[in-house]
Design a protein around this ligand. Structure first.
Ligand code: AGP
Length: 647
């Protein structure tokens, strides 16, 4: 959605020399660069200028480089307290004026805000009646004037912030800069807000990526919490003014993972990180019968496995499901959005075949407004890379209110979704995913969903299921997975050649059956969101019920084909498309006996429940190369943001 960043070097002690000569503006500008993937249609910084003894505010529409250029044209700034913002517009066009920070009437207060103020209109009309002058149509500007109004009524700055926070409704992560006190306050309700407090300095940000260069120990502000930093002193309270404990979380991300290191785009780097991310996702969680973990040399482990079902144990320490929970549960409900929703669809296939439990998968944005009869015996799984997607979290709030158990699969420790997950959190351990298009987060979500399904099967004991799950093969194939992903990545140049044939097309169809149908949806989304080419994913068997009317010689149709019982059906679907002149691209784990396929992308074979991971990789590469040939902004596609923390 948006990104906010703030810094204070304890102004009252004079200019903080421990900034190594860097001003607070440099620190905040650098931080905004790490947050640019969250939104990039305008940006701005407000700082306390020591010489002028007042707040100065510079903001620009367009990319962050426009703001950096603006600062490079003025004399070096001497300041050690600043706040900054990078925007994905919700209210008001992305113009210079509508960019954050927003000021009050007096120039004493500047604010930056991530989220949405739902009652801003009522507050704004009241404040206008009291004489406040608004400059923009944005919801966020109300916050600055509300705080000012409370100060005008005799409240201290902290009290003014606290009372204002209690009056706001909606979602808000806010940083407030106060010129009179030279202090900074942070307010969190909904969207994430993380801080580092060390050596008499505080750093605030929307997520850890701008903070990991300063410390690997962070504080995730909780909902209804305020951090107030003045005269080098940090105070943490809730909205009622009660002191709250400072909980420090250690981050296992190193700063190096948040840079491109030789790749052309973050998305490309993150596609190529997948072998190691997948290994990180399972290696310490799959223990063979002799207690060795699968991450070690898998070949040495394989021949030591005796157990009939699997020979390995799934270690998901945080998952607190009991045999009784599973006996009482008549179903599993998965809720998510975008790529995470497609991961949920694939996990449905895995869980139903491995655990024998019916699984329902719901878009978060739909679920929250349906009359879905939630039972306290339901097991909910929330899947979210950021852990901050408003639609997903709001859907889970309904499950929580109905006392259903919640497990989440997420990539961000301390994110909002983790606070709701009473039955446990499974971290994907993918590291920071900077590219807006989900890649390594998606494939590690698939793997974590499979691990959860296997764990549920262990807790339930034997499952009378139609398909005998060969746990031993799954284990062996899981150990081989990183290597097989690497084999596909070695096909990058060949896939780039395929992309050259299709990047000028304006439509695409992606077709798959069974567990590969969700991957057809994901492949279409990857192409849409980074190349802006219209693409649709469909169940291959569904084409004859209408969509086949779209097919002609200008329609490339990409089939996901696996050598299983569905193969003959999919082959028939390919013939149907061929008969109508469609261009066929096939991604297959065998050599299909069919002519007229324009392009065949052959990938290694694996267990069916692991196949969605392998089939996703060539689709990521194809979308990447088509977008690169089209010259679109791959890491920051138009209109998108990495984490949609509003409805
Ligand atoms: C995926 O490429 C998209 N960027 C988007 O669909 C994303 O998956 C969706 O917004 C959900 O985000 P989350 O996983 O952080 O909840």
């Amino acid at each position: 959605m948006c990104g906010i960043m703030g810094f204070s070097g304890g102004y009252s002690r004079g200019f903080s020399e421990n900034l190594n000569g860097k001003s607070s503006v440099d620190i905040v500008l650098n931080g905004l660069k790490s947050l640019e993937y969250r939104g990039y249609d305008s940006s701005g910084i407000a700082y306390y200028d020591r010489s002028g003894k007042k707040i100065k505010c510079i903001k620009k529409s367009g990319k962050l480089v426009n703001l950096s250029t603006e600062f490079s044209c003025i004399k070096p700034v001497k300041s050690d307290i600043a706040i900054g913002h990078i925007r994905w517009a919700t209210h008001g066009k992305p113009t210079d004026d509508n960019a954050h920070p927003h000021m009050d009437c007096s120039g004493n207060i500047a604010i930056v805000h991530n989220g949405i103020i739902e009652n801003y209109a009522v507050l704004k009309s009241r404040l206008i009646k009291k004489g406040h002058k608004f400059i923009t149509p944005t919801d966020s500007e109300v916050i600055a004037h509300l705080i000012e109004d409370n100060i005008n009524e005799g409240k201290t700055f902290y009290e003014a912030v606290r009372l204002s926070a209690m009056e706001l409704s909606g979602a808000f992560a806010v940083l407030v800069l106060n010129a009179a006190e030279k202090s900074i306050a942070a307010v969190k309700y909904g969207p994430p807000l993380v801080m580092v407090h060390k050596g008499g300095e505080v750093y605030f940000a929307s997520d850890v990526s701008p903070l990991i260069e300063y410390s690997d120990e962070v504080i995730y502000l909780k909902n209804s919490e305020i951090a107030y930093f003045h005269d080098g002193i940090l105070e943490l309270t809730n909205f009622k003014g009660k002191k709250t404990a400072k909980t420090v979380t250690k981050i296992d991300w190193d700063a190096s993972r948040a840079v491109k290191t030789g790749f052309s785009h973050f998305m490309q780097k993150e596609i190529f990180e997948q072998p190691s991310c997948l290994l990180d996702a399972f290696s310490s969680r799959v223990i063979s019968v002799n207690g060795r973990n699968a991450g070690e040399d898998g070949s040495r482990l394989k021949n030591k496995i005796k157990d009939s079902f699997s020979g390995f144990k799934i270690m998901l320490e945080d998952v607190k499901l009991t045999k009784k929970d599973l006996a009482d549960a008549s179903r599993i409900v998965i809720t998510a959005c975008g790529s995470s929703y497609y991961a949920g669809l694939a996990v449905k296939y895995m869980a139903e075949s491995i655990c024998g439990i019916p699984v329902i998968v719901e878009y978060g944005s739909e679920f929250r407004y349906e009359n879905f009869p939630i039972s306290k015996n339901d097991i909910f799984i929330g899947i979210s890379q950021s852990g901050e997607t408003a639609d997903t979290n709001s859907a889970l709030e309904l499950a929580k209110a109905a006392r259903a158990g919640i497990i989440s699969i997420t990539n961000v420790p301390g994110s909002q979704i983790t606070a709701m997950s009473d039955k446990g959190v499974i971290y994907t351990h993918a590291g920071p995913e900077i590219g807006v298009a989900s890649t390594k987060a998606f494939t590690t979500q698939l793997l974590c969903g499979l691990l959860l399904a296997l764990r549920i099967r262990e807790i339930k004991g034997y499952i009378p299921s139609g398909e005998n799950i060969d746990g031993l093969k799954i284990f062996n194939d899981m150990v081989e997975l990183p290597k097989k992903v690497e084999q596909i990545l070695f096909m990058d140049e060949a896939i780039k050649e395929t992309a050259k044939k299709y990047y000028k097309n304006s439509n695409f169809l992606y077709l798959g059956r069974g567990i590969l149908y969700p991957i057809a949806l994901e492949g279409a989304l990857k192409l849409k969101e980074i190349s802006y080419i219209h693409a649709e994913g469909y169940p291959a068997g569904e084409m004859k019920h209408g969509p086949i009317a779209l097919v002609d010689e200008n329609m490339p149709v990409l089939f996901l084909l696996s050598n299983n019982m569905l193969a003959p059906k999919t082959i028939s679907n390919i013939e149907e498309i061929k008969a109508r002149g469609g261009k066929i691209i096939a991604v297959a784990d065998y050599e299909p006996e069919i002519d007229g396929v324009s392009d065949l992308i052959k990938i290694p074979e694996t267990s069916e429940v692991l196949s969605p991971i392998l089939y996703t990789i060539p689709l990521q590469l194809l979308a990447y190369h088509i977008a690169a040939l089209k010259g679109t902004d791959i890491d920051q596609p138009r209109n998108l943001a990495k984490s949609v923390t509003v409805e």
